[in-house]
Design a protein around this ligand. Structure first.
Ligand code: NAP
Length: 254
């Protein structure tokens, strides 16, 4: 590995936005550590990255403490420092609240909130060793706008956004930046959960490559957050200033 090549760890690297983030990272000359549960999916992503850099895979379930230890050890042994951590892995489970059992609530919060927070904490020494380094948390527009039938997912993304803001203020003095990314509906496996909503609202959809491009440009510019383009960015502004308008818009009969 060339000393000048940055090392980026991307969770959820085996598909969707994570895969596109890996491809652009490799195009930008970085070494990519690909993390996810399905080894074959990670191998398929790695095959897209070329051989110009020693990309490596770390099969791991980020909700398992022992797997997170494996991730930290692997990065420590490989380089002893981590330039960029992208907490992208996530799950989307929708449905009216009364249909979401305790296991679903726990799984959503474990994967989308607890695991990225724990992993970020455990990787702190390696991020400090690479200062100026950066943590990127992939949230969602649902982390600003609470959607009916996505109560638990919205709550988890609101939590991830709150974590990102507080951590950015806490770690600024350490030289570790934090970027919160809020994509809109994106054509990935996870979007299956939104099929009805997308059909009903005629929501705009991005490709994973478009989202990855937005995120990488935000990282390169050292931005605190990156939001989906208009009109979603505009809806977030309305949500902050005039939330009743969003209430009204989401209650309209379809
Ligand atoms: N698609 C959208 O419309 C949309 C919009 C806004 C935000 N997002 C967010 O974007 C992120 C990526 O989602 P996506 O749309 O690209 O969907 P995706 O293709 O389903 O990707 C999610 C990835 O997370 C990995 N993952 C899930 N649980 C994991 C765990 N416990 N440990 C390790 N890896 C795990 C999955 O791989 P394995 O199953 O192999 O572990 C999968 O590769 C998520 O945080 C999602 O909330 C998506």
């Amino acid at each position: 590995m060339q000393p000048e090549q940055k090392l980026v760890l991307i969770t959820g690297a085996g598909s969707g936005i994570g895969r596109a983030l890996c491809v652009e990272a490799a195009q930008r000359g970085m070494v990519v550590a690909l993390c996810g549960r399905r080894q074959n999916a990670l191998e398929a992503t790695r095959a897209l990255l070329g051989t110009a850099a020693p990309h490596f895979i770390i099969p791991a379930d980020i909700t398992r403490p022992e797997d997170r230890s494996v991730i930290v050890e692997r990065i420590r042994n490989q380089r002893g420092a981590l330039d960029i951590l992208i907490n992208n892995a996530g799950i989307v489970e929708g449905g009216p609240l009364e249909t979401l059992d305790d296991a679903t609530l726990a799984r959503t919060f474990q994967t989308n909130v607890m695991a990225p927070i724990s992993l970020t904490r455990d990787l702190m020494p390696l991020l400090i060793a690479a200062v100026p380094s950066r943590v990127v948390n992939v949230g969602s527009i649902f982390g600003d706008i609470g959607y009916p039938d996505f109560t638990c997912y919205s709550a988890a993304k609101f939590a991830l956004r709150g974590f990102s803001i507080a951590l950015r203020r806490e770690w600024k003095r350490k030289g570790i930046g934090v970027t919160y990314a809020a994509p809109r509906a994106t054509r990935t496996d996870a979007a299956v959960a939104f099929t009805d909503l997308i059909a009903r609202t005629k929501m705009s959809m991005d490709s994973p490559e478009q989202v990855a491009g937005q995120i990488w440009r935000a990282i390169a510019a050292g931005r605190d957050s990156v939001y989906a383009p208009a009109p979603e960015r505009f809806y977030v502004l309305i949500q902050r200033l005039f939330p009743r308008i969003i209430d009204w818009s989401l209650q309209r009969p379809s």
